[in-house]
Every structure is written in C-alpha cells, then in structure tokens.
Design a protein around this ligand. Structure first.
Ligand code: FES
Length: 201
C-alpha cells in the first residue's frame, strides 16, 4: 500500500467533516445533494485473503455508495487498485436475495491533488468477466493469458452444504492451500468468482 501524508490528511478530513465531500460528489456524479444531506461513513478497511486494503473514503448517501480516492502522484497501478477496492466494497455490501446475490459497486472517482501532462482524465483497463461451460472458460482463460488481460471466471458446480464443509463443490487450484496443502478450492466458500490464473480448467 502506497500511503502518503496526503492520503492520511484526506481520510481524516472526510472522517471528521464528511459534508465537505458533498460539493465534490455533486460536481463529479451530477447529483444535487443539499449540504446537510445525511451521510453514513462506511469502513475503509477491507479484509482480503492475503491481507487488508484501505480506501480513503467510502460514503453512503441514501442508497448510493461513493468511493473517493485521493492521489498525489501519477501512479500507473491506480486503475488496478480502484478495481480491487471497488470489488471489495461491492462484495462487502452484497445483498442476498434467495439464492442470488445482488452486488452493487460504488460510484467512484480519483481526486488527483497535483496535475501534470501525465494526469489522466479517466482510467482505463481491460478486464474479462466470464461464466459458462468449462470448455468456453478454458478458451477465455487462454485468450486472457495470451493478451495479458486479467480474466475473472465465475465457476458453477453442484453444491451440497454451501458453506464450505462437505467438499462437494471443489475445483482444482493452481496453488496449494496453506492449511491442507491440497490443490483445491471450494467454489461455495472460496469463490464462486476466481481469477483465471488461480484455478485449473
Ligand atoms: S457445497 Fe459443501 S463445501 Fe461447497
């Protein structure tokens, strides 16, 4: 994590005075919230399998989430970090509706504190999301690897317990798990969405 004093100041400012973000949100997202609109601060620490990631701000206004990231330098990894952050936020606030999850990603922007000719007007990335039969996923995984495009795959498998206990839904993973050292992932518990390079197809 590249934490700078600017991130800390921005995070503290938004924590103590969230209303300061309202004009920015109105400007960037074309909303018209009044200055005294009710703002709920959502937490900035997001637990991941391989550690914790920390966002600069995550605010809830009405039913909409807003994620504003503050950046002081031209960091080429910003687009990947934003995808990572917003997936984490979306999944944390997923709503279960019967057997279906509804995942809404936050509205997001990056606030560049310094501008130069390299400061981008927008961030771009190529990402593949896929679900479907295994031969198709295999082909998509190969395409992503060939083109250097990250590929997220939603795996489907017959499930029994649905909570990671019965191992009815395992798929083969590229890495052994740190606990049992077997090359398995439980689709119900560890997925169902995996980075294509994490699983064997
Ligand atoms: S369905 Fe039982 S472990 Fe996944």
């Amino acid at each position: 994590m590249n934490n700078t004093i600017f991130d800390d100041v921005f995070r503290t400012m938004i924590e103590k005075m969230p209303y300061l973000a309202v004009p920015l949100i109105n400007e960037v997202f074309h909303t018209s919230y009044p200055e005294d609109v009710k703002i709920t601060q959502l937490r900035n620490e997001h637990q991941q399998e391989d550690g914790e990631i920390i966002t600069d701000s995550c605010l809830l206004i009405g039913r909409k989430m807003y994620h504003i990231e503050c950046q002081s330098t031209d960091d080429m990894t910003m687009v990947i970090r934003m995808i990572e952050y917003d997936f984490a936020i979306g999944i944390e606030h997923a709503e279960k509706q019967g057997r279906r999850y509804r995942i809404e990603f936050p509205k997001y922007c990056v606030l560049f504190l310094r501008s130069s000719e390299n400061t981008p007007d927008y961030l771009e990335a190529d990402v593949i999301f896929a679900c479907g039969p295994a031969p198709m996923l295999r082909a998509i995984k190969a395409y992503g690897l060939e083109k250097g495009i990250p590929c997220w795959i939603s795996m489907e498998e017959k499930m029994a317990c649905g909570v990671g206990a019965c191992l009815a839904c395992v798929c083969q993973s590229t890495e052994g798990d740190g606990h049992s050292h077997v090359h398995n992932k439980r689709i119900c518990k560890d997925g169902p969405v995996f980075l294509s390079t994490e699983i064997e197809l």
